[in-house]
Design a protein around this ligand. Structure first.
Ligand code: TEU
Length: 571
């Protein structure tokens, strides 16, 4: 009897542990454990001397990319494009941009990544196409063309359409009059980026077919550009004009039935492959974000929320606010959904210039501190190319140096409203998107080794000291620190799945938190200032082990040097 009981207990415990590990492992996903490296192809490496980066250039650097330790590469759009917005205006979704190469180059690139165990995420831009896409050419040609309904048109005989905000339009107006058919078309971005009409089932079918085309080629994921804006309320209600651009998201994002379209996308594309999916922007609030990515809804995998970087625009920005925002997002996603962690991308200024300190005295140490942050938070890190070198803002003084449509049209808009272009240039120097798009700095040779030709955007003058070749030689470089931080994450699952808890919450200089999983607990402390400072905790760090630090002599006395970052393993 006793033996039987023992046997029963044994069987039950086996069953329980099996169920537990199953439910546990079902929450574990490769895309949660991955570090995503974002490459801006136009600026990464030019192989043919036309001054524009290309796919062959990336292929020539695959071993370098592998050496970083990253798992996934996300490339900004590489499809055929007239480049009004650097590839975010697509004229053929099934072809490669001429400057970037050919479909054979693409196939070779994908193969080269897969051979090295690197996954590939495709940028899908389907809120809008280029006005040079065949669909739009047809659509604009006559009111009765079968493609007319692929886009949003407002017949001019109805008067002016209700105002809609456009981010890149010189007049900030998203309706553009087209005399050919005496009608306005909608463009939330530039006039060369007409918005697709997602209400039209034919448009959705075209998009899903196109995504399947790439999925069948073997891509491992999709990033949905500006997708929160894809649906429009086509009863065209009047929105208060004075609320822009502040309330752009509030009025333009997450219009229903966006979720049913995402479910269709899931059924038609994502469900058929082992791919990751991430939408740019996470809606208007936490509920929207959950509705996009909760696993049981079968829409997307990862939320990519702008709050943490958008807060930086405000004059009242502070570290306390940053801590609050990240902590809130983490708590809301603690049990459901999954986040992307990032502080920079191709739409923003350089990581170290914006969140650290690019003064030569502090550049390296603050860049490493930010790398520590990005690689120790809960969520999938999306790390932007060049940040691992500590590349900085270029801060162009003259509008002639800028190439970004947002900057060029923003300048014209400033001229048209008050003529205060000086202020606008000051703004661009710190925040302009071209800051993050200058050519990648490979070495101290001409054009930083990026191109033998004339680079499409100026190379930052500091390339002689900030470049891969120099940093490879230096064991303490930003580059080698990035590699170490990635390895730390790889070796410590606690950094992926562990619970996050904010420590010393009201400290306005130090961002400190623990990550805890099973019996492992790490404490991460980050001094976000150039001053010596300290932090408070009741945790015993005297017996801890220091796993990573951006100074050679990190201490356990709760004192921190400028921009010091330390990861302690608590015992
Ligand atoms: O960005 C969409 C988006 O909402 C951006 O407007 C972002 O807030 C802005 O660029 C900040 O200046 C995506 C792409 O990331 C961006 O590069 C494209 O220009 C845009 O879509 C249009 O496709």
């Amino acid at each position: 009897m006793k033996i039987r009981l023992l046997f029963l207990i044994f069987c039950l415990s086996l069953f329980a542990s099996n169920v537990f590990s199953q439910s546990n492992s079902s929450n574990q996903k490769w895309w949660k454990e991955a570090v995503v490296y974002q490459i801006y192809p136009r600026s990464f490496k030019d192989s043919d001397g036309d001054g524009v980066g290309d796919l062959k250039g990336i292929i020539s650097k695959l071993d370098y990319i592998k050496s970083l330790g990253v798992d996934v590469v996300w490339l900004n759009p590489i499809y055929s494009s007239p480049n009004d917005d650097n590839g975010y205006d697509i004229s053929d979704y099934r072809n490669i941009m001429k400057e970037f190469g050919t479909m054979e180059d693409f196939d070779a690139l994908l193969k080269g990544m897969h051979e090295r165990g690197i996954k590939f995420v495709m940028d899908v831009v389907v809120n809008h196409s280029s006005d040079e896409h065949e669909w739009f050419k047809q659509s604009r040609s006559s009111r009765t063309n079968p493609y007319r309904n692929y886009y949003h048109w407002w017949p001019a005989e109805k008067g002016e359409p209700p105002y809609r905000f456009s981010q890149f339009d010189v007049h900030r107006n998203a309706w553009k009059y087209d005399s050919l058919t005496n009608a306005y078309y909608l463009h939330y971005f530039s006039i060369k980026q007409p918005d697709l009409n997602w209400e039209n089932p034919q448009v959705r079918k075209e998009v899903f077919d196109m995504m399947n085309f790439w999925a069948k080629k073997g891509v491992d994921g999709f990033r949905l550009d500006a997708f929160q804006f894809a649906c429009k309320d086509t009863t065209w209600p009047v929105f208060p004009k004075e609320d822009y651009p502040k309330d752009f998201i509030k009025y333009h994002a997450m219009v229903e039935p966006i979720h049913s379209y995402l479910k269709e996308m899931y059924d038609n594309v994502f469900s058929k492959y082992d791919v990751m999916s991430v939408a740019e922007g996470a809606g208007r609030n936490f509920q929207d974000a959950h509705d996009l990515v909760d696993a049981d809804r079968n829409e997307l995998n990862l939320a990519y929320a702008f709050d943490p970087i958008d807060a930086r625009w405000s004059k009242d920005y502070s570290m306390l606010q940053m801590k609050k925002i990240f902590s809130k997002w983490d708590s809301v996603f603690e049990n459901k959904g999954w986040l992307s962690i990032f502080l920079a991308n191709h739409d923003n200024a350089r990581l170290v210039s914006r969140f650290g300190n690019d003064d030569p005295q502090y550049r390296e140490v603050s860049s490493k501190m930010l790398t520590t942050f990005l690689l120790t938070m809960r969520g999938t890190p999306f790390y932007y190319n060049g940040d691992e070198l500590g590349m900085t803002n270029i801060r162009f003084n003259k509008i002639e140096d800028y190439k970004d449509i947002a900057a060029l049209n923003g300048y014209k808009y400033a001229q048209s409203i008050n003529g205060d272009t000086g202020n606008y240039i000051t703004f661009l120097k710190e925040n302009g998107r071209d800051n993050g798009r200058t050519p990648y700095q490979w070495n101290a040779n001409v054009n930083a080794g990026f191109s033998n030709g004339n680079p499409w955007l100026s190379v930052n003058r500091n390339y002689k000291t900030i470049n891969v070749e120099a940093e490879e030689k230096n064991a303490n470089s930003c580059l080698n620190y990035f590699r170490k931080a990635i390895q730390l994450r790889k070796q410590n699952n606690v950094l992926v799945y562990g619970k996050y808890e904010l420590i010393d919450k009201d400290n306005s200089k130090v961002y400190a938190y623990t990550r805890e999983l099973n019996d492992k607990k790490l404490l991460i402390v980050l001094n976000f200032t150039k001053e010596n400072t300290s932090f408070a905790t009741t945790l015993d760090i005297s017996h801890s082990k220091i796993l990573l630090s951006n100074y050679s002599n990190a201490s356990k006395n709760k004192e921190l040097k400028p921009y010091e970052a330390v990861v302690y393993e608590l015992h």
